[in-house]
Design a protein around this ligand. Sequence first.
Ligand SMILES: *Cc1c(COP(=O)(O)O)cnc(C)c1O
Length: 361
Amino acid sequence: MPITDHVKLFIPGPIDVSEKTFRAFTRPMIGHRSGDFKKLYGGIQPRLKTLFGTTQPVFLSTSSAWGVMEGAIRNLVGSGKVLNCMCGAFSDKWFDVSKRCGKEAVALQVEWGQPILPEQVDAALAAGGFDAVTLIHNETSCGVRNPLKEIAAVVKKYPGVLLIVDTVSSFSTEAIPMDELGLDVLLTGSQKALALPPGLALFSASEAAFERAATIKDRGYYFDFIEFKKNQEQDMTPSTPVISHIYALESKLDDIFTEGVEARYARHAKLNGLVHDWVKSRGFEFFAPEGYRSLSLTCGKNNREIDIAEWIKRLREKYHCVIDGGYGKVKGKTFRISNMGDETEETITELLGWLDDTLEA
Ligand SMILES: *Cc1c(COP(=O)(O)O)cnc(C)c1O
């Protein structure tokens, strides 16, 4: 049955937000230095740490993910270089952001759609003089899933080089154990896999990351990791946080732990498989090579050369939902379908039926 009350988003973020989540936003306001807030913030820590796979505190930043992406550069990169691993729109932009922060940024650029390989990172770091590496685990613009574990192992060979990892579109769809992998910053945003509205970022940092930050003078205030850590010790944030969003996060954690974390991962893998099967059986190819494809979205290649924009228009008009018609320079050449958030076998199967129905004019 087509959705009637809104246009449902199957784009890879922002994604559809549940009624239950929206209701959580309407709880009465509390003071951000009050016992009620400390109870809220402290209360969600254990579950956040489980999802992050860390014993370190998890911080909440009232910003989109880019705030923390820029903040991580400012906190972890001093007079040394930063290696930006680039394979799509978001990771390419991180290079630009590093330069705008006045850092000596080095590009490790591969073609859009291709993964970053551990040996490429190794070769780049061998030049020496690096403070940090930025890596996007799941490059949302191209549907590329980079080999995080292998890259993390390579970075470990270089003492003093810290690894900053963006998991904005993969967090909570699969296990990303920060401590076990030895990541120094793990960050994510609210509007992708967590199915919250945009405006909140979550991150954690290693002891090495705090030690580095302490040596860097011009790291600013709003995203100062040391400020976050000091306030965290009292279950508070440096400045007034987006409290309503934190209520919604708490509600979402209830959902996640009621379903069960492992069951959630399995659900995402299964739904991703359904979309992948559909793409293959309809004669489309994938933008990323096998073994490096995202588990939370599918990026298909428009090898059939259909009019993607018209297809999505028909989908929107008839079924009140949308998929994405390609990001930036691959617009029209690719399409992307999200299987993040609260989707089920039923809703994804229904969507695939609608895609079939609207594929041809
Ligand atoms: C969406 C996205 C971002 C940017 O998030 P903002 O909320 O716009 O700051 C960064 N990285 C990845 C991988 C993303 O998918």
